[in-house]
Design a protein around this ligand. Structure first.
Ligand code: PLP
Length: 424
């Protein structure tokens, strides 16, 4: 593993005046960021767990409930028509956001976890049998491990894991060798929530497709930070959560190629997903409604639409450039603290720093930083196998969004110096 000094040597940062947008103006849209915690200005560095919501998202939800709210699709009255129109407009917005070919390829779900479980149950039911294999990587979040374990157990199939190197990059040769005619699906995270590794997913998809194996991407940590084009990537499934994209909790997206979604059986049964029901037999709605049983999170979807508008308004290219700067700056500054060790130094990294500080337990780091008004995450980040890979049980993780600033990084560095003082 590289030392902090070596990591620092490979980064440099631009002065604030050259940054691609005015972060202080943007911060006005986030009332929650204006407060003090323990008498200090809040520094919110827990964006990988969930990000904060701009006023525009809250206003869109309020507007729906004040003016337009009703259940969708089934009503003939004005409010139902308004709600339905707004809900379906967001489907088209998501389609454009991830550059899907058709809006019927967008399924609204509760979040990334539900999206992956949907594919594991439904695609798994028709495509996976005894002796078959699912290939994941050693970088995955638990929600891209456990659904496949459950599937493999039920089907007597086998879960294979492509290894990562010390830097936190997937070993592509090993990945390729693990794909065979037994492999029925490759499921890979686009960006690691534990190390920040940006996987070379286009290359991985190409490798898998050469052997006719479909690929699911877990985009939970990617969509808030970079442009995603599912057609260009040619992934077969893509999943993400609204709450990490400055939208509400309880809503997320599964993208699937229409042909695949059409071939898959329903995931849950109930209202909306049927065309007819008798006690003898039910017939099912077309996609995407086949996968949206019951009343969905209507307000959540509307809020997600507003979040996408908000992010589009700033521009994902600008966001990516700004966060790149911020991450480099944070790496440089945090590395100046004696005893800091970063986990992961992948070829391409996004949005977060995972680190240890001497022998101080990450929970203690998190607690002391909280007293300084700084919110970070401490723990295994729902990626225990990643922790095992590095022989640790937890890390401290500072994760960034476009509303964070270099001054906030400076506050983190001061806070970490305090941690060192306390633990002498
Ligand atoms: C990489 C990754 N995948 C999946 C998830 C699960 O997302 P959710 O809890 O919104 O379903 C997360 C959440 O932290 C994540 O970081």
């Amino acid at each position: 593993m590289k030392t902090s000094a070596e990591i620092v040597a490979q980064v440099n940062t631009r002065p604030e005046k050259d940054l691609p947008f005015d972060v202080h103006t943007i911060r006005q849209d986030f009332p929650i960021l204006q407060q003090k915690i323990c008498g200090r200005p809040l520094v919110y560095f827990d964006n990988a767990a969930s990000s904060q919501k701009p006023k525009q998202v809250v206003d869109a939800i309020t507007h729906l409930y004040y003016e337009d709210y009703s259940n969708i699709h089934r009503g003939v009255h004005t409010l139902s028509e308004r709600s339905t129109r707004a809900y379906e407009e967001v489907r088209r917005k998501v389609q454009q956001f991830i550059h899907a070919r058709e809006d019927r390829e967008i399924v609204f779900v509760r979040g990334t976890t539900e999206a992956i479980n949907l594919v594991a149950h439904s695609f798994g039911q028709i495509a996976v049998g005894e002796g078959d294999e699912i290939l994941i990587t050693a970088l995955e979040h638990h929600s891209n491990i456990v659904p496949w374990q459950l599937l493999c157990e039920a089907k007597k199939a086998r879960l294979r894991v492509a290894p990562i190197n010390d830097e936190g990059d997937v070993e592509l040769d090993a990945f390729e060798k693990l794909i065979s005619d037994r492999t029925k699906l490759v499921a890979v995270t686009h960006v690691s929530n534990a190390l920040g590794t940006v996987n070379p997913v286009a290359k991985m998809i190409q490798i898998a497709h050469q052997q006719n194996v479909p690929v699911l991407l877990d985009g939970a940590q990617a969509v808030p930070h970079m442009k995603v084009d599912v057609q260009e990537l040619d992934c077969d499934f893509y999943s993400f959560s609204g709450h990490k994209l400055f939208g509400p909790t309880g809503v997320g997206v599964l993208y699937g190629k229409a042909k695949l979604l059409e071939s898959m059986p329903p995931y849950q049964g109930g209202g909306e997903m049927i065309t007819s029901v008798t006690f003898e037999k039910s017939t099912f709605n077309k996609i995407p409604f086949k996968f949206e049983a019951g009343t969905p999170d209507i307000a959540g979807v509307i809020g997600l639409g507003a979040a996408i508008d908000y992010v589009n308004h700033i521009g994902l290219d600008k966001i990516a450039a700004y966060e790149h700067e911020l991450l480099n700056y944070a790496k440089q500054k945090v590395a100046t603290i004696p005893g800091v060790r970063f986990l992961g130094n992948a070829r391409e990294q996004a949005s977060l720093l995972s680190f240890l500080l001497d022998d101080v337990h990450p929970h203690d780091i998190g607690t002391i930083l909280d007293q300084e008004g700084i919110a970070i995450r401490a723990g295994h980040h729902c990626a225990q196998p990643v922790m095992d890979r590095y022989g640790v049980s937890a890390t401290a993780r500072a994760s960034f969004a476009f509303y964070n600033t270099k001054e906030e990084v400076d506050a983190l560095v001061d806070g970490l110096r305090k941690v060192r003082e306390v633990f002498g």
